[in-house]
Write a protein of this length. Structure first.
Length: 523
């Protein structure tokens, strides 16, 4: 930075006075041009599109009508046709007025037969019908929000008496989509069906749709019958998950061991099987916490006397006599029974496993050979934890140390350094140009003020000299007026002129100073 400043100062000192003025003048002219361009561009009216993508004939009719309406317009040629731009304040009124005139006419549909004339041949009728059919399809397709412009080409076969000689009808549709717009598969399929059902003997497989970039939008290879949208979605989902996990692992490695010292690759195997599981769980009732379903209670009570059975056992001849009780006993009996039935705690659960769960995960990490085995083990554990590695489902991870080639990294680093240096040079050049312009403006105003100050000082000096000369002359006249001899006519004329000059010096000193300055400049 200091060297650049010193070199600039040395170059500036070596320049001559004329060269410096030339540079300063060029900078001032450049600044004036920029300011003038900014003023012109800022004062330019805001032009907005009135109609876009018109054919030349429609554009000419619209331009002629705008000229009659005395509305300022600007035509623009684009790849999709001619566009007409008008001032923002005139766009709505112009559209309404042109709409009443039926402009722009656009593609003609079946109204082409409104101007039919007598004596038209059958061939001309076929051509008109084909043009009308193409125009109607174009209008319908352009009603889609994503479509900016459409062109339809239909080929109708010649009628044949023999069916085996008949050729199928074909259609080609070119679409110009709006910026950042994209048709879905369903919309493309809808356009194909629209065309095939509008043209006799036109099969959907004979319809081709392309965009303005030449890309086929209804390619059979991308159809659901060949590959299947489901499979494409699965592949896209797998790729996105792999990229996300790989990006997370790579970010972790770059922060730990440095950028360019590790490479990670992740492979994901997803399960797209949709499973539904019905689960019913019964839980036992704990104590009295359940809900009573039914309850039954039984109470029995008995109180009274009874005789005890008595009498000799056996035969009287075989058993000796005993003393027996009198059989008068009193007894009480009580029985209470309670039965409670509780509801069983039952839980029903329906689990639907969404497709796309990770079935198996494998990770490969290559690190520079400078990484020690201990660090490799730590990295392996950290990576496994960061991506949720599960060995029970067969997930695997490997960390290997290999010598790295730094050529690509060095080239990228050099490219980034060169780009940064170039940006810095451009930045300082812009700063230098700005400083030069500001310096030129400052020098201009400083010189202008210095020149005005010098002129003012010169005028004051001349005025002071003139005033001093006037006072000296007046003193000389006063002292010598009495002794002045008789003057000749010529001397009297000079004396009168001198008095006139003295009067001018006394009454208009600034004008006298300017006259004296002019005399000095002439000399």
């Amino acid at each position: 930075m200091a060297d650049w400043k010193e070199q600039s100062l040395r170059v500036w000192r070596k320049l001559g006075k004329k060269e410096r003025y030339t540079i300063i003048g060029s900078a001032i002219c450049l600044m004036i041009a920029i300011l003038g361009w900014s003023y012109w561009w800022g004062g330019k009216p805001d032009m907005v599109p009135l109609f876009t993508g018109m054919e030349a004939k429609d554009a000419g009719e619209v331009a002629a009508k705008l000229k009659e309406m005395k509305i300022t317009y600007e035509p623009q040629e684009t790849s999709s046709g001619t566009s007409i731009l008008v001032q923002a304040k005139d766009v709505h009124s112009a559209r309404l007025e042109l709409a009443t005139q039926g402009l722009p006419r656009g593609k003609k549909g079946f109204e082409i037969f409104d101007d039919s004339k007598l004596g038209v041949t059958e061939f001309q009728n076929k051509v008109n019908y084909l043009q009308a059919l193409q125009g109607e399809l174009t209008r319908t397709i352009e009603e889609l929000e994503e479509v900016e412009k459409a062109r339809v080409h239909i080929v109708l076969p010649e009628d044949s008496l023999y069916k085996k000689n008949e050729k199928p009808a074909t259609a080609s549709i070119m679409l110009k989509l709006r910026p950042n717009a994209q048709l879905t598969k369903q919309q493309v399929k809808g356009i194909v069906n629209l065309a095939s059902h509008s043209v006799q003997s036109l099969l959907p497989e004979n319809v081709t749709i392309v965009d303005n970039m030449g890309k086929v939008l209804n390619d059979p290879e991308d159809d659901e019958k060949s590959v299947g949208n489901v499979t494409l979605t699965q592949l896209d989902m797998t790729k996105k998950i792999q990229e996300r996990l790989q990006r997370d692992v790579q970010s972790l490695l770059d922060q730990v061991i440095g950028e360019g010292k590790a490479v990670a690759r992740v492979n994901v195997e997803l399960s797209f099987d949709q499973r539904t599981m019905d689960k019913q769980v019964f839980e036992p009732v704990v104590d009295d916490s359940g809900i009573i379903r039914s309850s039954q209670q039984t109470n029995e009570t008995y109180s009274g006397s009874s005789e005890t059975p008595g009498g000799p056992a056996g035969t009287a001849s075989n058993i000796p006599g005993y003393v027996t009780s009198n059989g008068n006993n009193k007894s009480d009996y009580t029985k209470k029974e309670v039965t409670k039935n509780y509801e069983i705690n039952e839980t029903k659960e329906k689990v639907v496993a969404a497709p796309g769960s990770i079935k198996r995960l494998t990770v490969a990490v290559l690190v520079d050979e400078q990484v020690t085995p201990t660090q490799q083990e730590s990295l392996q554990r950290a990576v496994a934890s960061s991506i949720g590695l599960n060995t029970e489902r067969g997930d695997m991870i490997s960390v290997e140390a290999l010598p790295f080639s730094t050529d690509a990294f060095d080239r990228q680093a050099r490219a980034e350094q060169d780009a940064a240096a170039k940006e810095q040079q451009i930045f300082w050049l812009q700063i230098g140009l700005l400083v030069l312009i500001l310096g030129a403006i400052a020098v201009y105003f400083i010189n202008k003020r210095r020149k005005e100050r010098l002129e003012r000082e010169e005028q004051e000096r001349l005025a002071m000299e003139a005033l001093a000369a006037k006072e000296q002359a007046a003193t000389f006249i006063d002292t010598n007026i009495d002794n002045e001899p008789e003057l000749s006519p010529e001397e009297q004329t000079k004396l009168n002129e001198r008095k006139v000059i003295e009067d001018m010096i006394r009454t208009r000193p600034e004008d006298v100073a300017q006259i004296v300055k002019t005399w000095l400049a002439d000399e």
